[in-house]
Design a protein around this ligand. Sequence first.
Ligand code: PEP
Ligand code: MG
Length: 585
Amino acid sequence: MSEREVVLSGIAASPGIALGRVMVVTRHDIDIPLRHLDAGEIEAEKKRLVEAMGRARDQLMETRDKVATDMGESYARIFDAHVMILEDKGSLAQVMEKIDGGYNAEFAFNAVFSKHERVLWEKGDTYIKDRAGDIRDVRRRVLSNLLGTRPARGDLSRIEEEVIVIAHDLSPADTAQMRRGKIMGFATDIGGRTSHTAIMARSLEIPAVVGLNDATTRVADGDFVILDGNRGRLIVAPSEETKKKYAEEHERYRTFALGLLRYKDLPATTIDGHTVTLSANIELHDEVDSVLEHGAQGIGLYRTEFIYIGREGLPTEEEQFLIYKDVASRLAPDPVIIRTMDLGGDKFMSAFESPKEINPYLGWRGIRFCLARKDIFKTQLRAILRATPFGDVKVMYPMISDLDEVLQANEVLEEAKRELKREGHEFDDGCKVGIMMETPAAVMIARELAPHVSFFSIGSNDLIQYALAADRGNEKVAYLYQPLHPGVLRLIDKTIRVGKESGIWVGLCGEMSSDVVCAFVLVGLGIDELSTSPYVVPEIKEKVRSIYFSEAEKVARHVLTLRTASEVEQAVLEKMEKDLPELLL
Ligand code: PEP
Ligand code: MG
């Protein structure tokens, strides 16, 4: 390894910075013995397989219980998916058939399961690849039981040194074994922001970078690296100057983050008295603790897709009702905005055979799917409505691009209300409905949409990708994915202005609200609410509390007249450096 500093760029999966030595966790696949069986050996071989699978099931249930206790049910469900793979009768029959054909259990089991894995992997999208990863984990577990070896990758929970783990890929199960204090962070060659692994890392607050392509071949055990989970970078053999810079940033951030919690119960009010609502985004209902700990004023976006994915079958109305009721009552009297399922794009349900699409982000996604499958949509709306008596619950529809979609969705909502009334269920008839503003077309017809909803929430993650025609998950066009592009800012400005003229509030729940420079501009543009990841809430609150709204307004008006994202960024940074240097700390 050269001593020259090398910066590898990937996807920022979980924020934070870690500096330390590397442990490369390689995963050599298991050597599979091949033996031809005599007819008399076949039954004993089948018994050996059934026992190994039984042991795998016990091991999985044990891990499941541990994860459920430590981290909550949503995470534990990942292991239910593993058990389901293990219990799949069709696959078992195929393995038994091979043993009947005279192959040993290891060979037969590996042949069937690695084929399933390969078929899913070749389908290519992130979510399906995650499912292939689940099959691989189960396959390895059963094989190591058959062979009497430890799983290839070893047990991450037993790593006693403080290291940064680098792996080709990690499963959610691996990540769940990591505990703060031992593994300081991890980086992987493959993976996306929406993989279970990334979600798990964020929940455990372990800094992580995924999608680095070839990190495992560019570092060796013991190398010193800096893992920058904020910017999605792995810096190998950093120079003394870089180390110093990051060590300072790390230390400053730690002190700063602790200090920020003192703002927990204060409002996000600027020095000159302008208040913005600061709420939090969640993906799993267990994250409510974090929302409360960080002093968010409610949930601005509850991404309910994760109730549907990573499981067999659809969630029932009752199951969903219990989840929504729990979230609503724990947050009460603060609001909870439950976004109806935004499946499609990069999130697919295993229960539902989604067609393979060439352009999934432009395809059968969000409200389009819901209106095509009103049965599934109405079940969710009924569950949300039934949760309304337990707190301040609002409904939000994703991916709106046409007025008719809002009218149709509202009609399904009304139908759900009529049914619930007939059945004698309690619910709030006046439950507020809002829409995500995340397509440029929706922004352009905001005036026509506004009379039918109570609020707009700008989905900047998608609005940027649709405005600039730059896939949010494709690193090759990442240079075009510019939150401060004047085209994006003008769309946001238009949405806010129409909201004000129409008497409805406008929030923003994309990643832009977590960025200090963007948040400054958004406050200046007159946004009513910012919704960010829970752990970012204190930081943004502190920033809002240290600015003058009148100044932010002036800067925002000015940047709307600029020509490029870099001109905008420069203008905002100049203002901050001059008048608000503490904002940039
Ligand atoms: C967005 O698009 O900005 C948003 C918040 O929704 P998601 O990231 O779930 O698409
Ligand atoms: Mg979106």
